[in-house]
Design a protein around this ligand. Structure first.
Ligand code: PRX
Length: 651
């Protein structure tokens, strides 16, 4: 193994400078980088004071006396629901907060005034059940406005929420509720997904057999199939709020009081309860939302097409947009139901101007073909965003051309549940973008790539992504496990936050995220990122998506095995197999030529859409696969395994 970090193989020459027109109206300007580099604490302080309404303005900034347990604005007092609702009402209560579209086609328009009324009534309802400041509340719902209402009501009374993604199993609820010792569970009878009902309450019933900390379960009626209600424990949402007032005094929160816990599932170990606090989080959420998405509250229709169950939805569907008085679209269902043009039809209908989605979705759109977006008028769009995985340059180009009509800036935003808000991203109107690069650290954020010894990697090299200075929205710890917080994030490289991602830096200082370091392969002593080989494959016109893994090989240490999904209209064949392997060799060099290629109609993915390379590695090495029920598409695994087996026999 070389100790230089990770090889830098894929070169990308295309450049997309901002248009003068966009730059002239952009929220961000180049001076932000100068301001922040001169004094990053002062930069964040200005963001905190200008963007947030404080009950008591902080006199303290960053407290690093007990690193890595940092504090921001610690003596400040505020309430986030006040910042998201009350302060907008006098002048802008009639403005739409959410255009909501249910999967079956029902629609609701929720204004800021209505949202505020609902939040207050529900917050009073929570208080009537004895929920107090500091009590943890678990929320397990689909994508309905009441999910945002529940979160904001918790924030209003100072009860930290723990949102559990509505696609998770009863066991996931148990793990999370037990760890947080949540007192209350909020759910719905069900959620719509591809025309069928996901029985949320049923999973809660199963979970509540093992969660003695839960006193009450509140059930929002969405799908109206029968559910069983346990007397004394279960309460219908509509009954709880029926007689509640629309006035509810917001709790005065300290800046460092806990706002929420969000669990990230490591692939094997127990999920980590990532803790986010109040003042720093909302400062970064509001600031990055405005600067990265260039949101104009008076004219934009903004759509973050993630699920609120992930951090992306917390920060960029709920807290950031509402703090900024934005009009958002919220959609309940999947992009391919009832047809594969659902997103595009919503954009056309509501005149969406800003769209934020994930590479996994973009690659699915590529697979389905350009005819779906072509059916719809997407000319209202003026900015596109991507998050969640490295975006392959060819997927970036497809997004740019087919969704953005080649005239929307793309912001490829790198961040994590742990970071709370966007850390590395272009600033639209300022940054010249390169397809596949998240470009540079945001103003106020310091990112550096280091080698295995922790030495800074020079331009042209690859290594491990670290953050060198604290930032306001950073996680404060792992719930109940400070030691794990220190060992997971702060121990590899003393004084630096280690993100767990590989990255490279080019000669212009642009950062290219290569994915999780566990995914890096070692072929004949070269550390090669799976992402670069995948991007080379996706640059072939026949390929929509690919996952690459290193399988143990007696000759080379690891050998590259590629799983490939073809675009509509292409057929798998031995000829194509050969052609693709050669294509990689030409694109990035013979060292990265896959030893074998397996065609598959789909790839195993987590519920948040990330490719499960670990599982593909297990398949390639003929290992026992263990429990795969948490996958979004478990059925595909048997298919891939049998093909892999056949290839091994052939070889
Ligand atoms: O590997 C990086 C990848 O997603 C990880 C964080 O996942 P999660 O906590 O679920 O949060 C996702 C949404 C913020 C990162 O460690 N990742 C996220 N965004 C990007 C990315 N990889 C490359 N480019 C990105 N833009």
């Amino acid at each position: 193994m070389t100790d230089t970090g990770i090889e830098n193989l894929l070169q990308e020459e295309r450049l997309f400078p901002p248009s003068d027109e966009f730059a002239a109206q952009a929220n961000a300007g180049p001076e932000l980088y100068t301001e922040a580099s001169e004094d990053f604490v002062a930069y964040w302080r200005r963001q905190a004071l200008e963007r947030i309404t404080w009950f008591k303005e902080p006199t303290e900034d960053l407290d690093d006396s007990n690193a890595p347990f940092f504090k921001w604005f610690a003596d400040g007092e505020l309430n986030i629901s006040y910042n998201c609702l009350d302060r907008h009402l006098d002048a802008g209560g009639g403005k739409v907060a959410y255009h909501w579209i249910g999967e079956p086609g029902d629609r609701r328009t929720v204004t800021y005034q209505q949202l505020s009324d609902e939040v207050n009534r529900f917050a009073n309802g929570l208080r009537s059940l004895g929920v107090e400041k500091g009590d943890r509340v678990a929320i397990y719902m689909g994508m309905v406005p009441e999910l945002a209402v529940a979160m904001l009501a918790c924030a209003r009374i100072g009860a930290p929420h723990s949102v559990i993604f509505g696609g998770f199993s009863a066991q996931s609820i148990i793990d999370r509720v037990q760890d947080a010792e949540a007192k209350l569970l909020i759910t719905a009878d069900g959620a719509w997904r591809r025309g069928t009902v996901v029985p949320l309450k049923e999973s809660c019933d199963e979970a509540m057999l093992s969660t003695p900390s839960i006193d009450h379960c509140i059930v929002y009626e969405r799908t109206k199939q029968g559910v069983s209600m346990t007397q004394g424990r279960d309460i219908w949402w509509h009954d709880l709020v029926a007689d509640q007032s629309t006035e509810c005094e917001p709790e005065v929160m300290g800046a460092e009081d806990l706002l929420y816990i969000l669990y990230t599932s490591g692939t094997t170990a127990k999920p980590k309860g990532i803790m986010h606090t109040t003042g720093g989080y909302i400062t970064s959420a509001a600031s990055t939302h405005s600067l990265v998405f260039d949101v104009k509250p008076e004219s934009d229709v903004y759509w973050c097409a993630a699920d609120i169950g992930w951090v992306t939805g917390h920060t960029y569907i709920v807290y950031g947009p509402l703090a900024n008085h934005t009009t958002s679209v919220m959609y309940e269902g999947t992009p391919d139901y009832p047809e594969k043009d659902r997103l595009w039809s919503i954009i056309e209908e509501y005149g969406v101007t800003i769209l934020y989605t994930a590479p996994t979705a973009i690659r699915a759109f590529m697979k389905w073909g350009a005819e779906y977006p072509e059916r719809r008028d997407l000319s209202s769009l003026r900015l596109l965003g991507s998050v969640g995985e490295p975006i392959n340059p060819e997927a970036w180009m497809w997004y740019h051309e087919n969704i953005g009509s080649s005239n929307c800036p793309i912001v490829d935003t790198w961040w994590q549940t742990e970071t709370g808000s966007i850390m590395i991203s272009p600033l639209p109107g300022v940054t010249t973008t390169k397809p596949g690069s998240a470009t540079k650290a945001m103003p106020g954020v310091s990112a550096e790539i280091v080698d295995q010894e922790g030495n800074r990697v020079s331009p042209g090299g690859g290594g491990f992504l670290t953050i060198t200075k604290p930032w306001p929205a950073m996680l404060r710890s792992i719930y109940g496990d400070d030691e794990r917080y220190v060992s997971t994030y702060w121990s590899q490289y003393p004084g630096r936050y280690f993100a767990g991602d590989g990255a490279k830096i080019d000669d212009d200082g642009y950062l290219w995220i290569l994915g999780r370091v566990d995914d890096v392969m070692n072929v004949s002593g070269h550390r090669i990122s799976t992402m670069e080989v995948e991007s080379a494959l996706v640059s072939h016109p026949a390929v929509a998506e690919s996952a690459v893994v290193g399988a143990t090989d007696s000759l080379t240490g690891q050998a590259i095995v590629a799983f490939v999904t073809l675009r509509g209209g292409f057929e798998e064949s031995d000829g194509l197999n050969d052609e693709l392997r050669k294509h990689v060799a030409v694109q990035i060099g013979p060292i990265a030529k896959p030893k074998s290629i397996i065609f598959t109609p789909d790839l195993p993915k987590t519920r948040s859409g990330k490719i499960m390379r670990r599982l593909l590695r297990d398949i390639s090495e003929n290992r026992d696969l263990g429990d795969i029920t948490t996958l979004a598409n478990a059925d595909i695994v048997a298919n891939i395994a049998s093909q892999s087996e056949a290839q091994r026999k052939d070889a």
